[in-house]
Design a binder for this molecule. Sequence first.
Ligand code: NAP
Length: 300
Amino acid sequence: MSCTYVTLSTGQMIPSVGLGTWKSVPAQVKQAVLAALDNGYRHIDCAAAYSNEENVGEALRERVGPGKSLKREELFLTSKLWNTEHHPDDVEAACRRSLTHLGVSYLDLYLMHWPMAFEDTWKAMETLVDQGLVKAIGLSNFNARQTDLILSIARHKPVVNQVECHPFLAQQQLLTHCRDRGVAVAAYSPLGSPDRPWASPGEPVLMGDPRIKEIARQYGKTAAQVIIRWHVQRGIICIPKSITPSRIQQNLQVLDFQLTDEDMKLIESFNRNERLIIPTVEASATIFLTSNTLKKKYLQ
Ligand code: NAP
């Protein structure tokens, strides 16, 4: 077996490890997705904002569908609604654009990429479920309070909250908060995103941390495998990105060993509440907001 799953509140089974595609440039991402599918990945994490969904789609067209090696229903595909498409009138067109680029008739999961203007946007996303364009909808980068707000107004509940999470940002409180409310957590930048564009010399490199490397040595695994195994054993979803076939393969090979409870706790103790993915908002940008409640509650 090359896969474990997390069961979502809809009953959908999402593979615990998926392939991330942020920063995978168009010329590389097709080969990366092909390598992933050929090595047993059944979960690909996409987004309109990554500007490479058409190239992901090229790979899907080669492997998925009638007469190909995989059936569409064997695959779990996620995409995300970008911040500039939050006006309720823009949501369906944005989703259809991702579907066209990926070359599929439905998404398994459609996330609101960042929490902005979210009440009315959520209602528009719910319509996508009614129309059968997406099987489920979810959140990304939502804190506990924002998650609760969506839960309080939702007709279709969010099934996932995808947030930055790794041993330097263990997110234990948010994890418990979401779990208690039936929202699964997906860890993005699960390996510490060493290729994030704004990384600068001297910043902590998670996979290079001597304590992680020592644990990896003890298990005869790589630092990446130990970190991915830690996510999987916490019962959360994670989506490591790679364009390197050997790493893509390696990142899925995390089921033939188990971290002890002591090592799980030890890795959790490396938490430093350190956020690597920090959103920037231009001061001059106009933020679309229609809900007075939101203005009152969240913009004070
Ligand atoms: P990440 O997966 O933590 O790290 C990716 C980096 O790790 C790449 O430089 C990759 O190199 C390297 N790597 C992968 N496997 C490795 C291995 N086995 N050994 C050594 N190095 C390895 O970073 P991320 O891309 O920031 O996050 C993963 C995914 O989460 C994204 O791609 C995206 O799908 C999603 N994400 C979502 C949000 C959001 O706002 N919702 C934000 C950030 C990320 P190579 O590619 O060169 O092999």
